[in-house]
Structure formats: structure tokens, C-alpha cells
Design a protein. Structure first.
Lengths: 222, 500
């Protein structure tokens, strides 16, 4: 028996909230899912939570390579994202199981209730979800977070409004993240995701993906 | 020296649940920011599986069998718990280490002290968890096993103290005891285990698996913990069809009187003399369906049975032969004074005096009753509380009898004119009357309906009371020594020697 699992924490682009309305899971370049997914073929995949089957007849979930850079994606997830009320920072699991019953794919979803920031040269962008709204103070936000094992006040301070790219239709608000009067942004790299889990208000880097394969050495099924 | 890690697993990764205990699996892993997570892993390192997100529980223990490369490793699953300890119960230092790193790492290196703290919490949280064993000592060493396991059947009249004897004579404080009760609907499937539908943790599909019963569970525990004494107590063993419930396990009840060597293993005294083939038990206990099943010598089985009850099954000779029999004597030698000397309500007769007097008559009643000895009152037949007289049942004010007062208060209750004090008095009276009926309804009823069923005249004053209802009513409505008017004169003389 072999179980291949790919977990992705979703960003606004994948949820179709910005730029295009495409809904997908982006597969990072450093992850090789060629043994797990079949290119361009609509997947028969079941939702582990509800048992709902997504097939070529009722959906168009498939593994594709797209765009100029040939980014690998699992696309056609709009129906599923709507069904599970997906938000930025939430986690999707795609799993392939190979056992004596053959191969099958499963989907699962976990709401992580995270406030998510993404770092750019001008500061962080707050990725759109509902969780930060209650911390607003004027143009800024303020909340108590656990950071390096201590409770601290995190000030999300508005810096500027600017188009991310020249061709961007709208301006984006950028913020600084300040703890104890110092910006913590130098600790993070370009486009890195930073999150505050509302459960415990822990501030840290977001692990955006995880890929694991568990293969039984001596098959339990005999 | 081995190193220790916490593997942060996402809630959705359930693949490890289908890996059997002691089974190896190849684990390939990659995550953002840790491109070579296994680069430091070495053979023998221990890895604790921690389910993050909302679960926050420690549920697995693995050992690194072979580190293949920076992304692949062969892990052996040593154990899994369904409800492992939550991170909140750990010390602040360990919590901090995990919380500080779980968002960015999936392999968090911990030291031996931190590892032991987590493992101890896991073992406490689930006493069914496997011993923390390395692959090197995964083979059970029979030479270290506690010898001398036995099967003992304690029998005696109801209330003679069988369960008390087990607790005080057969179980040390350190003994792990499982207790179950046989009944007419109890089956081999309940006792040993059965194939039941289970939901696959990964895809939620229904599969069918052997679900062990209490016998298989304790067998496994005892097998794995060779230096720990276990006792399986089967209460009321003859209330169920014991030979049918034991089924093929019956054969295992033959214990070896000498060390026995079989299949290259030398088993201590008290191990099952003969092993049996039972694929389901063997897979559960030994992880090997081909191994012969034996009751280990550190597991004793104790049964209790009442010898006088109706509606019980007989135990055939072949079954009884495999047990050491122990009669629990029905005497007051070890009965606490507060029970032996407790007065039966307001009769002036204490429990020991009553019990011994009646039991003497029962024994003398052999001609009319088969196995009269079994019909004796057990010294623990009643509870001390049942004997106490609740004097709130005595009439107050101008009332001559309790029933006059009760009827008057009940009439006012129906009319709705009961004031607070009288309401309280009525409630007290009812409680007291219910309490004072406990003894006659339990003991007198047993004597009339069971012990003296065929010749009540041997004990009761049947010339004046010809049915149980009259007997109970007389006992309840009278006071003091008059309550025992229910018995014939010779019995009363024995109970009240000074009056005779």
C-alpha cells in the first residue's frame, strides 16, 4: 500500500480572489508529483469529508501545466472551494492511495482560521479573509500575538498604497509588522507568507506546502 | 546514542494509521523551507508523531530503521494512540520548543529529557499503548516473564465474600486487573473478539477487521509486559455458558507445571501447556498470524460463581478440571465488626446472630432441600446500611401507629392543605418506610421464596402467616422484637435466648 499526500495552504490567487477567476492548487517547482498525478486528464476524486465524487462528468478537476513558465497546477477547483467555503490560509489535501483495490484520489480540507500576510519590498500585503477585521484601528491593525514564545503586541502599520505591478488594475495596501517598536520584516524573505493562527494567536512563517509518501514495506493487506 | 525528534504531521495525513504496529514503512517527505528534512536522521533515532492544527496531540512513536537519504527514511511504527496526550499538559519548556518551531519545521529535534516527558505522558494517557521498545528488544524475552499463572475458580454462597477475597488475597496493589461479568447473552465473540465493520481512516470506506474482546486485549497486554502481573477476573462465570464463551480458548487453560520449550522458545511455569492456532488473536497479540497462541504465565484468570443460583449454566467436568477450585467459607471470621454486630432494625438481634441461627436451620433442612448448604445466607448478603433502623418511621404526636400518621398526611396532601412542616414530615416518613423495608424485602423474601421454598414451616410461623405478603407486612408493621413474630417459636427462642 502506498499513500501519497500533497498538502497546500491556499493563497488568494489560488482561490481566484485576485486577477483571474482561476481556481487551482499551484504545485511548487521543487515538488515532483509526476508519480502521483496524470497530466491533462480529468481526475476522479472523492471528498473525504462528504463522500462527494468529483468526476469528469460533474467537474473538471485536473492536473495541468499552464502559463509561460509551465507552472504545474491542479485546476478546476472552484466548485470544491465554494462547497467548503475556502479562505486564504486554509489547507487542502490531495491524496493518492494505491492498494489492492487499485488507485484512487481523495480530497480533504481544513480551515486553519489564519490571518495571512505576504511580504513584498514595500511591506506586507494582507491576504483577504475575514479574520483580521476585528483588529482594525483606523488604517492599522493591532493584536496580541505569541512570538518567540512570548505574548507581544503586533502592530500592523499602514505604510503605503501602491500598484504591485505597473499593469495591476488596482492599488494594494502595504503594511509593516512591528513588535516592540521594531519591524520584524527583515527576518522574512520576498513573497514569504507570514501567518497568525487565530487559535492561540501564534505568529510565524507559513509552511505553504508539504508532500509525503508513506509506503508499507510489507503490505498489511497481505 | 540515538537522537529524538517530533514529527509535525498535518491533521489530514492519516496514512500512518494503516501501518501496523512493528511494521516498516518508507517515508518520503518534503516541505517548504526544509528541503532535506531527513539529513540528520540516523538508524535508531526515535520520532514522535505530533498531529498539529486543532488536534495538538502526540499519537505515534516511530523508530528510524534505515535512513535512505535526505528525503527518504524507513520508519518502524512502534505504537499509535487514538487519543494521545495534548500538548497543553507538557511543561512550558517543551511546549515552547514545539510551538516555536511547528510553523516552520516538520522535524523538531528534542533532547532525551524532553522525549521522556512526552513519552511518559503518552503512556499515562493510554495504558493500552505499547511499551516503548526499540527494534532490538522487540522480541519478548520469556526468561524475564513472571512465572506461575493459574486459573482459579472461587465458589460459595451469594454474599460469602468471593470478590472481597480476590481483591485482598489474589491481587497485589501493582497487579493490573480487568474485570468482566458473564451473563446468558455473553458470547465467544464478546469475550475473544469478532470481525466488525470499521471506517478506513483514510478514505472513510467501510472495511471489516478483527476487533479484540477483553480476553484478547489482556492477553496482548500481558504478552507485551512480561514483568507485570495481570489478572482477568470473570465474575458470575456460570451465569454465561462458559464452555461456549471460551470456545477454543478452553484448551489454553491447561497450564504447564514445568518450563516448556516449544517452537524454539522456553516458556515459564504457568504458561499454557498447549498453544492453539487462532489467526485473529495471533495477529493482534504477536503481529504474526502463524504464531501459536498461549496464555502467558504473568496472566492469571480468576472466576467467581455462586453455587445456589437458579438460571445458571452447569460447568462440565472437563472445564472445571482446568481450574483450581477454592471454596469461600461462609463465616464471620473476617467480617468487620460493624457489620457482624449491626442490629437488624430495632429487633435487638444482630446480623451475625441472625445469620448463624438461620444457616443452622438451613443446614438441618437437608431432607427437604437439595444442596441445602448452598442456600445459606452469605455473611455479606446484606449491606450494613440495609440493617440500620430509620427511626423517622416511628409515629409522632397523638398518632398510635405509623400508618395512622401516614394516612392523615396523605389525606392532607390530596386535599392540598399540607403545610411546609407536614410536607417535610411526610417526605421523611416515606423515606424511612422505604429504608426499613430493605432488610425484609431482601432477606425474608429470599428465605421464604428460595431457601425454605418447599417447607416454610421449618422457619416461619405458618400457622398464623401463610403467605409472603403477610410475613413481610407483619415484619414491617410491628416494632422491636415483635417483628420476628414471623418466625416459629423455636427460632425466636434461638434468636432471643434470654426470653425463652
Amino acid at each position: 500500500m502506498k499513500v501519497q499526500s500533497f498538502i497546500k495552504r491556499l493563497n488568494a490567487t489560488e482561490l481566484g480572489l485576485v486577477a483571474t477567476n482561476d481556481t487551482f492548487v499551484a504545485i511548487p517547482k521543487e515538488v515532483d508529483l509526476s508519480d502521483m498525478l496524470v497530466d491533462q486528464k480529468a481526475m476522479d476524486i472523492s471528498d473525504r469529508a462528504t463522500g462527494m465524487n468529483y468526476t469528469s462528468e460533474n467537474s473538471n478537476i485536473k492536473y495541468v501545466q499552464t502559463g509561460q513558465n509551465g507552472q504545474e497546477r491542479i485546476s478546476g477547483l472552484g466548485q470544491y472551494y465554494a462547497a467548503v467555503d475556502a479562505k486564504v490560509g486554509d489547507e487542502i489535501l490531495i491524496e493518492r492511495i494505491d492498494d489492492r483495490r487499485g488507485s484512487r484520489y481523495l480530497l480533504d480540507f481544513y480551515h486553519r482560521n489564519a490571518i495571512v500576510f505576504q511580504k513584498y519590498p514595500d511591506g506586507v500585503e494582507i491576504l483577504p479573509n475575514d479574520y483580521i477585521a476585528k483588529y482594525v484601528i483606523g488604517d492599522d491593525y493591532q493584536m496580541e500575538v505569541q512570538f518567540e514564545g512570548k505574548m507581544c503586541q503586533l502592530d500592523v502599520k499602514f505604510v503605503k498604497k501602491k500598484k504591485k505591478k505597473v499593469i495591476s488594475p488596482n492599488e494594494t495596501k502595504f503594511y509593516d509588522l512591528i513588535i516592540n517598536d521594531s519591524s520584524i520584516l527583515p527576518n522574512y524573505s520576498y513573497q514569504e507568507y507570514i501567518e497568525v493562527l487565530t487559535d492561540g494567536m501564534r505568529l510565524g512563517r507559513m509552511k505553504t506546502y508539504l508532500h509525503s509518501i508513506v509506503e508499507m514495506m510489507e503490505d498489511k493487506d497481505g | 546514542m540515538g537522537k529524538y525528534y517530533v514529527l509535525v504531521l498535518e491533521e489530514g495525513i492519516k496514512a500512518f494509521s494503516v501501518v501496523g504496529h512493528g511494521q516498516e514503512c518508507k517515508f518520503t517527505f518534503a516541505l517548504k523551507g526544509q528541503s532535506e528534512p531527513f539529513s540528520d536522521l540516523e538508524d535508531g533515532d526515535k520520532v514522535i508523531g505530533y498531529i498539529s492544527n486543532e488536534v495538538k496531540r502526540f499519537e505515534y512513536l516511530f523508530e528510524v530503521k534505515h535512513s535512505v537519504d535526505a528525503n527518504d527514511s524507513i520508519l518502524v511504527k512502534l505504537f499509535e494512540m487514538s487519543q494521545g496526550p495534548q500538548i497543553d499538559i507538557l511543561s512550558d519548556a517543551v511546549k515552547k520548543k514545539i510551538y516555536d518551531n511547528e510553523q516552520t519545521q516538520s522535524f523538531i529535534k528534542i533532547n532525551e529529557v524532553e522525549y521522556q516527558e512526552i513519552i511518559n505522558k503518552m503512556l499515562v494517557a493510554n495504558k493500552n499503548a505499547y511499551d516503548v521498545q526499540t527494534s532490538e528488544n522487540f522480541e519478548i524475552d520469556e526468561a524475564k516473564r513472571i512465572p506461575g499463572g493459574t486459573n482459579t475458580l472461587l465458589y460459595g454462597v451469594p454474599g460469602s465474600g468471593k470478590s472481597w477475597t480476590i481483591e485482598h488475597e489474589y491481587c497485589k496493589p501493582s497487579t493490573i486487573v480487568e474485570r468482566l461479568v458473564f451473563h446468558p447473552d455473553y458470547t465467544n465473540a464478546d469475550f475473544v473478539g469478532q470481525i466488525l465493520p470499521v471506517v478506513d481512516p483514510i478514505d472513510k470506506q467501510v472495511t471489516y477487521e478483527f476487533t479484540p474482546g477483553p480476553f484478547t486485549d489482556i492477553l496482548k497486554e500481558a504478552y507485551l509486559h512480561s514483568t507485570q502481573a495481570y489478572v482477568l477476573i470473570i465474575e458470575e462465570i456460570n451465569r454465561g455458558n462458559a464452555p461456549a464463551i471460551f470456545g477454543d480458548i478452553f484448551q489454553l487453560l491447561d497450564r504447564a507445571f514445568d518450563e516448556k520449550t516449544a517452537d524454539g522458545v522456553t516458556y515459564p511455569i504457568g504458561t499454557s501447556e498447549y498453544g492453539i492456532t487462532n489467526d485473529n488473536i495471533a495477529k493482534t497479540v504477536y503481529n504474526n498470524g502463524n504464531q501459536k497462541v498461549r496464555i502467558p504465565s504473568n496472566l492469571s484468570i480468576l472466576g467467581t460463581m455462586n453455587t445456589s443460583d437458579q438460571n445458571v449454566f452447569t460447568l462440565d467436568t472437563a472445564f472445571q478440571r482446568r481450574w483450581n477450585m477454592r471454596l469461600i467459607e461462609n463465616n464471620f471470621d473476617n467480617v468487620r465488626g460493624s457489620l457482624a454486630n449491626a442490629e437488624i432494625l430495632d429487633t435487638g438481634v444482630n446480623w451475625q446472630q441472625f445469620c448463624e441461627t438461620v444457616n443452622t436451620i438451613i443446614i438441618g433442612n437437608r431432607a427437604k432441600m437439595a444442596s441445602a448448604e448452598d442456600k445459606r445466607l452469605g455473611v455479606y448478603f446484606v449491606h450494613e446500611q440495609d440493617l440500620k433502623f430509620d427511626n423517622r418511621s416511628l409515629p409522632t404526636g397523638d398518632f398510635i401507629t405509623t400508618f395512622d400518621e401516614l394516612n392523615d398526611l396523605a389525606r392532607l396532601e390530596i386535599l392540598g392543605t399540607l403545610d411546609g412542616d407536614k410536607k417535610e414530615r411526610l417526605s421523611d416518613l416515606r423515606d424511612a418506610m422505604i429504608h426499613n423495608r430493605l432488610f425484609p424485602e431482601k432477606v425474608i423474601k429470599y428465605l421464604w421464596d428460595d431457601a425454605f421454598k418447599f417447607n416454610p414451616e421449618a422457619l416461619f410461623d405458618t400457622e398464623n402467616m401463610d403467605c409472603l405478603e403477610t410475613v413481610i407486612k407483619t415484619f414491617v408493621n410491628d416494632k422491636g422484637d415483635n417483628r420476628l413474630r414471623i418466625f416459629k417459636q423455636t427460632v425466636r427462642d434461638a434468636l432471643y435466648p434470654s426470653q425463652s
